[in-house]
Design a protein around this ligand. Structure first.
Ligand SMILES: Cc1ncc(COP(=O)(O)O)c(C=O)c1O
Length: 451
C-alpha cells in the first residue's frame, strides 16, 4: 500500500505559522491540515485524500459539509445569524420540541442550549445543585466531561487535565467506572461487575464518606469516551438508578460523545433500560456547528429567570443545523450506524484472530474501540503500539484518534458507506501489521515543526 509524504509543504507552512500564534495547549494528534471535506472523505491543503474515521471527535455525524445541513445554514444565514438569548426565535423552540420528543425519559423535557459539551456539563452541575439544594457529586475514574473548572473537576482520565489548575471545584468524589475488561474491584461470585461498583458506592462512598442527603447528583458517561470507549457491565445502570432513587440523588448522563444516534439509538443510555434525570449533549448534535444542549425532566428545571443563561445559547445557525442533523439521523443515518457498526465489528473481530496485539474490540453502533495490549493474558496496555498504528494509518490516508491508555476509536460519520469501511479496514489492517513488525512511521519531521 502506498504511503504519503506527510505533512506536505503547504501543511508544513501552516503548522509553522500556527505554532507562533495559537495556544500550544491544544492536543494535536498528528499534522493533518484540512482543506475541505465531503461525507467521510477529507483532503489536506496539499491535495492528499483521507478517510475520516475520527469525524472531528464524533462530531461530524452527517459527514463533512452534508449538502442538506449546508443549505439549512445558508438559508438561515440569509435571514439572521444572531439575536441573543434575550429574545425568541422559532428554530430554537423547534429544537426544544424535538429534544422533548427524543429525550430518553417519559416526562416532558426542558432544554438549555449551550455552545459546547463542557458548558452543558456546567449547566447540569448548577441545575442539580439548584434543584436539590445539595452540594456534593459523584463522578468516575477515567471520565471526561470537559475542561472548564466545574467539568474538569469531574474529568479523571489524565492528571494533565488537573495539573497546575488547583484548586478545582470542591465536592466531587470519584469511583471506579464499571469496566468489565479492567475491573478494579473484586466481585462476589456470580455478581455482575456493574453491581459490584454500585455496592462500592453504597457501602464505601455513601457509607463512609458522603452523607447521601448532601449528594446532588451522580455524573456518568453511558459509554466512557476519552477514557477508552468502555461499555459498562450490564448490571450497572439499573443498580445505579435504583441507588439514586433510594437516596433522591439525580442521575446525570453525559451523552456528549455517545448521543445523537451514534450507538444506534438516540442516546446510549437507552441501551441500558433506565431513565436519567438530566442529559448533557453536544458534539454530533449539529454536525459540527458549535452547539450543546443540557436537558432535564421538566419538574427539575425550576430555576428562576436570569439564574442561568448565555449570549449565544439557541444560536439560529446552530439550531437549524441541529434540526437538519436530527432529521437525517432519524431518517436513515441511525439505522446505517446500526448496520455499518455491526459490519465493522465483524471485520475487526476477524482482524483480532490475526493480530495478537489486539486485546479487545467493543462497540455499539459506530462507537467502536479497539484496545491494544502487550499480552492478551495480562492485558497490559500497549500505548506505544497504539500510537504507531494511528501514525501508520495517517500515512496511508486514514484519520483515527486514540483514547484511553491504548485504544483506537472508530467513529466515522453515521452515513459512512460499506465501501469506505472496506477501504479503511484495509488500511487499519496494514497499519497494525507494520506496527507489530516494529516499523517506525516517518512523520517525525512534522512533529519538530509543530513543536
Ligand atoms: C463525554 C464528553 N463530555 C464532555 C466533553 C466536552 O465537550 P467540549 O469539548 O465540547 O467542551 C467531551 C469532549 O470530548 C466528551 O467526550
Amino acid at each position: 500500500m502506498k504511503t504519503m509524504n506527510l505533512p506536505g509543504p503547504k501543511a508544513r507552512e501552516i503548522i509553522k505559522r500556527d505554532a507562533e500564534v495559537i495556544s500550544p495547549s491544544y492536543p494535536r494528534g498528528y499534522p493533518f491540515v484540512m482543506d475541505h471535506g465531503k461525507g467521510t472523505e477529507v483532503w489536506d491543503v496539499d491535495g492528499n485524500r483521507f478517510l475520516d474515521f475520527a469525524a472531528g471527535i464524533a462530531v461530524v455525524s452527517t459527514g463533512h459539509s452534508n449538502p442538506k445541513v449546508v443549505k439549512a445554514i445558508q438559508e438561515q444565514a440569509e435571514k439572521f445569524i444572531h439575536i441573543s438569548s434575550d429574545f425568541y426565535h422559532e428554530k430554537w423552540v423547534e429544537l426544544g420540541e424535538k429534544i422533548n420528543q427524543i429525550a430518553p425519559f417519559q416526562e416532558e423535557a426542558v432544554s438549555f442550549m449551550t455552545n459546547s459539551g463542557t458548558e452543558s456539563v456546567e449547566a447540569a452541575i448548577k441545575l442539580a445543585r439548584h434543584y436539590t439544594g445539595a452540594t456534593e457529586f459523584i463522578g468516575f475514574l477515567g471520565a471526561f466531561h470537559g475542561r472548564t473548572m466545574g467539568a474538569v473537576t469531574f474529568t479523571a482520565s489524565k492528571p494533565l487535565y488537573h495539573r497546575d489548575f488547583y484548586p478545582l471545584m470542591s465536592s466531587v468524589v470519584h469511583a471506579p467506572y464499571p469496566d468489565p475488561y479492567r475491573p478494579l474491584l473484586v466481585s462476589k461470585p456470580g455478581e455482575d461487575y456493574g453491581v459490584t461498583v454500585v455496592h462500592y458506592l453504597e457501602e464505601q462512598v455513601l457509607g463512609h464518606l458522603l452523607p447521601p442527603e448532601d449528594v446532588a447528583g451522580i455524573l456518568v458517561e453511558p459509554i466512557q469516551g476519552e477514557g477508552g470507549y468502555v461499555i459498562p457491565s450490564p448490571g450497572f445502570f439499573p443498580a445505579l438508578r435504583e441507588l439514586c432513587d433510594r437516596h433522591r440523588i439525580l442521575l446525570i448522563v453525559d451523552e456528549v460523545q455517545s448521543g445523537m444516534g451514534r450507538t444506534g439509538k438516540w442516546w446510549a443510555v437507552e441501551h441500558f433500560g433506565v431513565e436519567p434525570d438530566i442529559v448533557c449533549s453536544a458534539k454530533g448534535i449539529a454536525s459540527g456547528v458549535p452547539l450543546g444542549v443540557m436537558f432535564a425532566k421538566k419538574h427539575i428545571v425550576t430555576w428562576q429567570k436570569g439564574a442561568h443563561g448565555n449570549t449565544y445559547g439557541g444560536n439560529p445557525l446552530a439550531c437549524t443545523a441541529a434540526l437538519t442533523t436530527m432529521d437525517l439521523v432519524e431518517n436513515g443515518y441511525m439505522q446505517n450506524a446500526v448496520e455499518m457498526g455491526a459490519y465493522t465489528m465483524k471485520i475487526l473481530e476477524e482482524m483480532m484472530t490475526r493480530h495478537p496485539s489486539i486485546g479487545q474490540v467493543r462497540g455499539l453502533g459506530l462507537m467502536i474501540g479497539m484496545e491494544f495490549v502487550k499480552d492478551r493474558q495480562t492485558r497490559e496496555p500497549d500505548f506505544k503500539l497504539r500510537d504507531l498504528v494511528v501514525d501508520h494509518a495517517f500515512l496511508r490516508g486514514l484519520l483515527l484518534l486514540g483514547c484511553g491508555s491504548s485504544v483506537i476509536r472508530i467513529t466515522p460519520p453515521l452515513n459512512v458507506t460499506r465501501s469506505e469501511i472496506d477501504q479503511a479496514m484495509e488500511i487499519l489492517d496494514e497499519a497494525i501489521q507494520i506496527s507489530e513488525d516494529g516499523v517506525e512511521p516517518k512523520i517525525a519531521e512534522a512533529e519538530t515543526v509543530a513543536a
